[in-house]
Write a protein that binds this ligand. Structure first.
Ligand SMILES: Nc1ncnc2c1ncn2[C@@H]1O[C@H](COP(=O)(O)OP(=O)(O)OP(=O)(O)O)[C@@H](O)[C@H]1O
Ligand SMILES: [Mg+2]
Length: 262
């Protein structure tokens, strides 16, 4: 496999719900170690794109390649087993389970591995949960309470801690700091920088352009169900990105810099 084989490449990816064209002919690639942002107005198709590449939903048409090989994930669990961790916009946590059970769902630590009769190592999972959550800076008094009673920010931190802790091949964050306070947002941004240092590729969806320009290498702009442009951060500005999002700037009018596709 060559150095330049993308971690993930998407060709012609399309999802139509009856007459609603949520995503049409999306072309996307993420290079090894790269961090990219996806930006666009509400309803532009960003979460649809994430659901398609993580197996939550199946595309109407189009191809997804990971490390150059076609993939078709049946479910987010299938994607996780292959190293793709996602924090979904709706979080996908089990309301009735506590924090360690949510963090270790599907990869429980056992004291004795007897298949379905395995004895779970609750102490180890609890200790690791405390450690993983500490990276987000969130305060949760009692980890053994079910998720149901937790705030939006606490839930978001549990989902982020889980994804960052287990991500091997790729991490996808759909508006990860939307419900977070200033300090928790700063901690999550530190986690993202740590993933960059570890070489874990990342896709972040965010409406916060300050955050986008602080964190990523490249920006994909979604507009009305299409990917209209990809811009290297070093070759664009927040004003240009806003113009692309709103339609005030026509992507065809931009200079075609190297490694920047529009
Ligand atoms: N299950 C569905 N059935 C019908 N339409 C859908 C479905 N899911 C999404 N859509 C539509 O597809 C379009 C894209 O939705 P999507 O959730 O991908 O937007 P988004 O870019 O993530 O927006 P936001 O910034 O608000 O999260 C919207 O018009 C939405 O109403
Ligand atoms: Mg969304």
């Amino acid at each position: 496999m060559s150095e330049s084989t993308p971690v993930i490449a998407v060709q012609g990816l399309t999802k139509h719900y009856g007459g609603v064209k949520a995503l049409t002919d999306a072309e996307f690639r993420l290079n090894p170690g790269e961090h990219v942002a996806i930006v666009g107005d509400n309803g532009a198709g960003k979460s649809t794109f994430v659901r398609l590449i993580t197996g939550v939903e199946q595309p109407s048409r189009g191809d997804i390649l990971m490390d150059g090989q076609p993939v078709a994930f049946d479910s987010p669990l299938d994607a996780r087993e292959q190293g793709v961790e996602t924090v979904f916009q709706n979080l996908a946590l089990a309301e009735d389970l506590d924090v360690p059970a949510n963090i270790f769902m599907g990869r429980e630590i056992t004291r004795l591995n007897l298949g379905p009769l395995s004895i779970l190592n609750h102490r180890a999972m609890r200790a690791q949960s405390v450690e993983m959550l500490s990276t987000t800076g969130v305060k949760i008094q009692d980890l053994s309470e079910p998720m149901r009673g937790m705030s939006g920010g606490q839930r978001q931190c549990v989902a982020i801690a889980r994804a960052a802790g287990f991500a091997k091949k790729l991490i996808i964050l759909d508006e990860p700091t939307a419900a977070l306070g200033v300090q928790e947002t700063a901690r999550v941004e530190e986690i993202i920088r740590g993933l960059k240092a570890r070489g874990v590729p990342l896709i972040i969806i965010s409406h916060n352009l300050r955050q986008v320009f602080d964190l990523v290498d490249r920006i994909y702009v979604f507009r009305q169900g299409r990917i209209i442009c990809s811009r290297l951060k070093s070759e664009t500005t927040p004003e240009e990105i806003v113009g692309l999002i709103t339609g005030a700037i026509d992507p065809a009018s931009l200079p075609q810099a190297e490694a920047t596709t529009c």
